[in-house]
Design a protein around this ligand. Structure first.
Ligand SMILES: O=C(O)C[C@H](O)C(=O)O
Length: 501
């Protein structure tokens, strides 16, 4: 039996991380296409169309589906009789693979990992380390699950130890309803039920690597209590009306995956890990014959669609001449095509601005009457001015709303997902507006960016303040100047009565 070498592991894991950065899994493309075809809410249908067009563009261009190219999550199942020809800890080996993949010259991926997480939060600059789990299994080979998990969906992870008499579906449905849209639905829910607190979380994460097969399951009918639970949760969550990007619609989840394990008689641990529209994972086996060969999807796997129809009546906005009166005329749910200059800034930039204001220091740029886009783009290659540059979750910037709107005079905020009530009130008080771009359509969004330059905080890397010049950047009015939120009105409109058991 030939030995599995360190080189086989590094080549395979590095290739896998590159592969999943631009290829959605086939089952995901199929499920998203079916959901798009069935969607009746125009806003959700348009968002899904952008996700699918972006997915095909990323596959063709070999550029990331999402600007959040994720943290590498790796599970290695090592056969007890496998011949391993390596000396270093597996963590070091997979970290080398991560470095190679994320610093690839042709398709650099975004470095999103920070060390010293509760202190300085220094970017490690190569996305290492990976989150590695190792299991010993029967056999002579080593199986790998490689995924790249984005921060927005990871942040929405929930865990509870329920009373053994509690209903798991009730907890999941209530939790998803309260979770907001920062996890970029439509996506997949991974559930780990039972075991211990740590075991439940690992099971939920690993459940997300199973193929999407809800349609097949529905056709053949559930054969186990887990399969019944999957369909019940899926139907009840979709009846909530949350829809794509939380804009209101009939599909919020494409599938619900469940792993369970025996647990303590007094406990019912349940972990819920959502996966976003940038679902990225691949599975391969090493048997000593060489690195893994991964099979890409076929271009015919994507539906033919032209989302631009949805924009033909869109209002064109000149950001360089924007007035508060114009902002006041925007309607919730309306599509805008933005042209002109906007500033960028996200978590680290807001934190630093707050510190500088407290210390009375001058800021590198004036935000007065400017639009700010919450984004951390991927570095450009070739002729690009910027790499994929989709929106990040705006909710994290809510605590800075008064500072940005009242103290600094920002007029427009652009991101994704809902805002909190205090931010909505601050928007209305200041005659500002909040716009959303589609999370998970980052490569498509980046096509609208014609120029990019860093104006401040360069040391923050992707979190620096940039100025983008955009042309026809598509966005939706999510909170208008009167404080009406489409993330409240959309789901209300598309909510359906709970399906009968
Ligand atoms: O970090 C990002 O670019 C986005 C993040 O994944 C988010 O969804 O908020």
């Amino acid at each position: 039996m030939p030995a599995i070498t360190e080189g086989h592991v590094i080549d395979s894991v590095a290739d896998a991380l590159q592969f999943i950065s631009y290829y959605h899994p086939r089952d995901f493309i199929r499920a998203m296409s079916a959901a798009w075809a069935a969607e009746r809410s125009p806003a959700a249908r348009n968002a899904m169309a952008q996700i699918l067009v972006n997915s095909r563009m990323a596959a063709m261009g070999h550029r990331p589906i999402c600007q959040d190219t994720g943290v590498a999550n790796i599970t290695a199942r090592i056969g007890v009789r496998a011949q391993l020809d390596w000396d270093r800890p597996l963590q070091e080996i997979v970290d080398d693979a991560v470095r190679r993949a994320y610093r690839n010259d042709a398709n650099p991926l975004r470095a999103s990992v920070v060390a010293d997480p509760f202190g300085r939060r220094r970017n490690t600059s190569d996305n290492a380390p990976a989150m590695l789990h190792v299991e010993m299994v029967a056999g002579t080979s080593v199986e790998f699950d490689v995924s790249a998990k984005g921060g927005g969906s990871e942040n929405k992870t929930k865990f509870a130890v329920l009373n053994p008499s509690a209903d798991v579906a009730d907890w999941v449905v209530g939790t998803v309803e309260a979770m907001g849209a920062g996890w970029c639905p439509p996506g997949i829910l991974g559930l780990g039920i039972g075991g211990s607190v740590d075991k439940a979380m690992v099971m939920a994460k690993q459940a997300l690597n199973q193929p999407i097969d809800a349609t097949e399951l529905r056709t053949r009918g559930p054969a186990t209590p887990e399969e019944e639970l999957r369909l019940e949760i899926m139907d009840r969550v979709n009846a909530l009306g949350i829809g794509a990007q939380g804009l209101g619609g009939i599909t919020t989840v494409l599938d619900v995956k469940v792993c369970s394990f025996p647990t303590h008689a007094a406990s019912l641990p349940v972990a819920l890990v959502p996966n976003c529209a940038a679902t990225r994972h691949v599975h391969f086996t090493l048997d000593g014959s060489g690195p893994a060969r991964l099979v890409p999807p076929d271009l015919s796997d994507w539906p033919e669609l032209d989302f631009r129809d949805a924009w033909k009546d869109a209002r064109r906005v000149d950001l360089d001449r924007l007035t508060r009166e114009q902002i006041a005329s925007w309607r919730p749910g309306e599509t805008l095509l933005l042209s002109g200059r906007l500033l960028t800034g996200r978590d680290a930039a807001h934190r630093r601005i707050e510190q500088m204001l407290a210390e009375g220091k001058p800021l590198p740029v004036s935000f007065r009457n400017r639009a700010i886009y919450y984004v951390g783009p991927v570095d450009p290659v070739g002729g690009e001015v910027v790499g994929p540059a989709g929106p990040t979750t705006s909710t994290r910037m809510d605590r800075y709303s008064d500072m940005m709107l009242e103290t600094l005079g920002v007029s427009v905020m652009i991101g994704k997902a809902e805002r909190g009530q205090e931010t909505i009130e601050a928007i209305a008080r200041n005659g500002a507006a909040y716009l959303v771009a589609v999370g998970g359509a980052a490569y498509l969004v980046s096509q609208a960016i014609r120029e990019a330059r860093v104006l401040g905080f360069e040391d923050l890397g992707m979190e620096a303040i940039h100025e983008f010049t955009v042309r026809d950047m598509p966005v939706t009015v999510a909170v208008d100047a009167r404080g009406t939120s489409v993330h409240a009105s959309g789901p209300r409109q598309w909510r359906m009565p709970p399906p009968r058991a």
